[in-house]
Every structure is written in structure tokens, then in C-alpha cells.
Design a protein around this ligand. Structure first.
Ligand SMILES: [Cu+2]
Length: 161
């Protein structure tokens, strides 16, 4: 192989390497793979119920913090982030309008008695054993899909409404 030919091959392989690297990086600069959702669940709702709650663990495996600002699901009209807190011995729930920040490398648990997602305006009851599709929306329009497994009614649920 002449020196010129070898230089050509090197150039071609370099170009391929660059293309491969480009293809692997997110096109919009947002690494949606940095956020993982595990153990997502909700509770079965009685007939006629207007609201359901979403619980899960959110892991931020990225190097920048993320902020959960809402959600979308075809099963309800709206999704809000709520937080429960004790107020003079009474458990109260309020919208967390500031969202929920998850630091780089950290995880948070949405659970009964704490932060949760409130699915408001249910179009149909949640039946035990079903799964509810849900897209979590983070600041910067980062979207992460998950499904809530519907567990049996009762026991540590969302009593305050
Ligand atoms: Cu709530």
C-alpha cells in the first residue's frame, strides 16, 4: 500500500468513526436516558372516582440535575405534582408548583404520604392488574415514558383528596 492510499484509508475510517459517534449522541442535546423510572404504580380506583395517584422511584443517572414539572396520560384530563405534609398533626396535600428537582446522581421516591403525581379527571376507573401509560415531563421538555402498575385498592393509598 502506497503512502497516499494508506492516508486515504485513514481518512475514510476517521470519517466513519465521527459518524458513528454522532449517531450515538442525542440529537437535541438532552440525554433522556439519564432519567430512569422504576417501581411505578398506582392504586385501583372505585367506580366514579375522579382522581388517581402515581407513585414511583425516579433515578437521575446524568451529570446535571433535572426537574420534574408535570406529566401526561391518556387516562386523565391532567396530571399534577403534589406533596403531602403534616400541618398541626393533619396530613395535607398541595400542588408542588415549583416541581420536583432531582440532583445529579440522586433518586427520589414518590410514595403515599410524600410526593406523588395526581391524575385528575379520570376517564375510567383503574382496575387492579391493569397498567396506566404515563409520560413524565421534565424541565427543558425532557420526556420519559413509564407505565403505572395498578395495585389492589386500600392500604397506604391516597386518602386525602
Ligand atoms: Cu394529590
Amino acid at each position: 500500500m502506497s503512502g497516499l492510499l494508506r492516508a486515504k484509508y485513514v481518512a475514510v475510517f476517521s470519517a466513519i468513526a465521527v459518524l458513528a459517534a454522532t449517531a450515538c449522541s442525542p440529537s437535541d442535546g438532552k440525554a433522556s436516558g439519564q432519567v430512569k423510572i422504576v417501581d411505578a404504580w398506582t392504586m385501583a380506583t372505585p367506580p366514579g372516582a375522579n382522581v388517581g395517584a402515581g407513585y414511583m422511584r425516579i433515578l437521575n443517572e446524568g451529570s446535571a440535575s433535572v426537574r420534574l414539572v408535570g406529566g401526561e396520560t391518556p387516562t386523565s384530563a391532567t396530571v399534577e405534582i403534589h406533596r403531602m405534609s403534616m400541618d398541626n398533626g393533619v396530613m395535607r396535600m398541595q400542588p408542588a408548583n415549583e416541581g420536583l428537582e432531582i440532583a445529579a446522581g440522586a433518586s427520589v421516591e414518590l410514595k403515599p404520604g410524600g410526593y406523588h403525581l395526581m391524575l385528575i379527571g379520570l376517564k375510567a376507573p383503574f382496575a387492579e392488574g391493569a397498567s396506566v401509560p404515563l409520560t413524565l415531563v421534565f424541565e427543558g421538555d425532557l420526556r420519559v415514558k413509564t407505565t403505572l402498575a395498578v395495585r389492589a385498592m386500600g392500604g397506604g393509598g391516597h386518602e386525602q383528596q
